[in-house]
Design a binder for this molecule. Structure first.
Ligand SMILES: [Zn+2]
Length: 128
């Protein structure tokens, strides 16, 4: 018996059956590329920082689905995953500028110092 014949025997769907079908569709996996709004996995945050889809990446945020793009770029630059306590400093202060030369991997403590107006980082890498 064909699916069409079986459907005829079943008769029209009741409103309850329709509701069940819609509910099942809602629960379908729509993460990542399965989502109709998929835009290649790139997200531009209102603060100018962009994120890329990277499920399972240890540094991923937003429930483990995305990572800040400059962290990914910086990891390639240093050739290893960044640690939790490491941050990426934008040398020119522009978080949209993810050129390799503009990204510096430093610790959170160093970062706080580098943004402190009364301290200047010397060429030796130390702070005055
Ligand atoms: Zn910084």
């Amino acid at each position: 018996m064909s699916e069409e014949q079986r459907a005829k025997l079943r008769g029209p769907r009741t409103p309850e059956q329709c509701a069940r079908i819609r509910a099942a569709a809602r629960q379908r996996d729509t993460r990542g590329a399965k989502n109709p709004n998929w835009k290649g996995g790139r997200v531009l945050r209102s603060d100018g920082r962009s994120l890329v889809y990277a499920p399972g990446h240890p540094g991923a945020i937003y429930g483990g689905s995305h990572i800040l793009e400059y962290r990914l770029i910086a990891e390639k630059k240093v050739g290893r995953p960044l640690r939790d306590f490491e941050v990426v400093h934008h040398v020119d202060g522009n978080v949209r500028n993810n050129d390799l030369d503009n990204l510096e991997v430093i610790t959170q403590a160093e970062h706080a110092r580098s943004h402190s107006p009364n301290r200047r980082r010397a060429a030796t890498g130390t702070y005055s």
